[in-house]
Write a protein that binds this ligand. Structure first.
Ligand code: NDP
Ligand code: PYC
Length: 337
């Protein structure tokens, strides 16, 4: 028997929004949060679909997130916008800031957006994809909780600290990649723990610092960066540019703020947008076409171009809906009681 249930994307969004509103989240926040969960489910599910509701509910139940704060958008400088989320979840703050970021990038050629005082529970790809759909090159970074040991260490210090990139493709869906700087996102390890399955090797160490594939032991020990010292350095970069640089928490500080609630990381996010048309003028189309040749060369040798799997999953989900584990749906529906 298939232990999954088929839902439409709208049903996923509606269910998540109803749960969040039922637990006191203001409708505008609930809608923005539910939308990113539905997008995660639509594009491949797993750890950053409706599963995120569990983390959000932990934040809400522990009083770690503002339920109705209105994001405050501040025009800091020609190339800088700051959005103070007021302690609320990040998606609404991003939505409010995006038009300003895009306008500034077109005016100045490059612009940065600092989202501060937010609880970030989501995947970053919807944000860089939205920037790329504005015709801009987008980057996004956010720290998380201190779950990851630096390369060569064995004690948690760094967050899972995702890095995401979006590139506009004329006439097509943007090129997007988005991954944790740890060997896998924390959410993926949580899924292994829930299913009682071993993780692939290299994801983490136990509390004694020994390599293990036991998800619960990794969660009690430390996760590892991807690519050894290289992922570790990228993760440190994210700590800096989306922590102190935007005046917000590091992953260590976020975990201390959480105080065992198992809620969403609390802190900041840095987004960058560059306008190819401003940088290259009339030559922009020719140079974007050269980028297409690079993408073609990846695909033509049978290699996987990041984002193509995502768009294929999206088209399928729009036609057929998505399959969500019944056990997870039972947990989510129980939150409506
Ligand atoms: P993955 O290791 O699955 O990597 C995902 C990215 O790599 C996608 O862009 C994917 O493209 C691409 N990719 C995967 N496999 C291949 C392959 N074989 N060849 C080419 N490209 C490939 O994801 P993670 O576990 O690292 O992260 C999952 C999510 O967790 C991310 O969305 C991230 O934003 C989120 N996250 C959020 C955090 C937060 O604090 N908010 C913290 C940490 C993670 P495609 O999409 O086409 O599959
Ligand atoms: O999976 O590492 C993760 C994560 C942290 C916050 C949201 N997702």
């Amino acid at each position: 028997m298939d232990d999954r249930e088929r839902l439409t994307i709208d049903e996923v969004r509606d269910l998540a929004a109803r749960v969040l509103v039922r637990h006191g989240l203001a409708p505008a926040h609930a809608e923005a949060c539910a939308d990113v969960m539905a997008i995660g489910e639509r594009d491949g599910g797993g750890s950053h679909g409706i599963f995120r509701l569990l983390m959000c509910m932990n934040s809400i139940r522990a009083g770690k997130v503002a339920l109705d704060a209105e994001p405050v958008v501040e025009d800091v400088a020609p190339g800088l916008v700051r959005v103070d989320a007021g302690g609320a979840f990040a998606p609404l703050a991003f939505r409010r800031g995006l038009p300003v970021l895009a306008r500034k990038a077109r005016e100045a050629g490059v612009a940065a957006m600092a989202v501060t005082n937010c609880c970030h529970f989501a995947a970053l790809f919807p944000e860089v994809e939205a920037i790329a759909r504005e015709g801009l090159v987008g980057f996004a970074f956010t720290p998380s909780h201190a779950w990851v040991a630096p390369a060569g260490g064995s004690r948690p210090l760094l967050g899972t600290n995702p890095v995401a990139f979006g590139w506009p493709r004329p006439g097509g869906d943007p090129f997007v990649f988005d991954f944790a700087t740890s060997a896998a996102a924390r959410g993926e390890i949580e899924l292994h723990r829930r299913e009682g399955t071993p993780t692939p090797p290299g994801w983490g160490v136990d509390a004694a610092g020994s390599p293990t594939t036991d998800a619960a032991a990794i969660m009690a020990g430390a996760m590892l960066p991807f690519g050894g010292h290289k992922g570790s350095a990228l993760s440190l970069m994210v700590e800096l540019i989306a922590g102190p640089l935007v005046g917000d928490m590091t992953s260590v500080e976020s975990l201390a703020f959480d105080a065992g609630a198992k809620g969403a990381p609390r802190g900041g996010e840095l987004l960058l947008a560059i306008d190819p048309a401003r940088l290259l003028g009339d030559a922009a189309p020719a140079h974007l076409a050269r980028a297409e040749a690079v993408f073609d060369a990846v695909v033509s040798q049978g290699a996987r171009l990041p984002s193509l799997r995502r768009y294929a999953a999206r088209r399928r989900a729009e036609r057929e809906g998505v399959l969500v584990p019944r056990k997870l749906l039972d947990e989510v529906r129980a939150m409506l009681d």
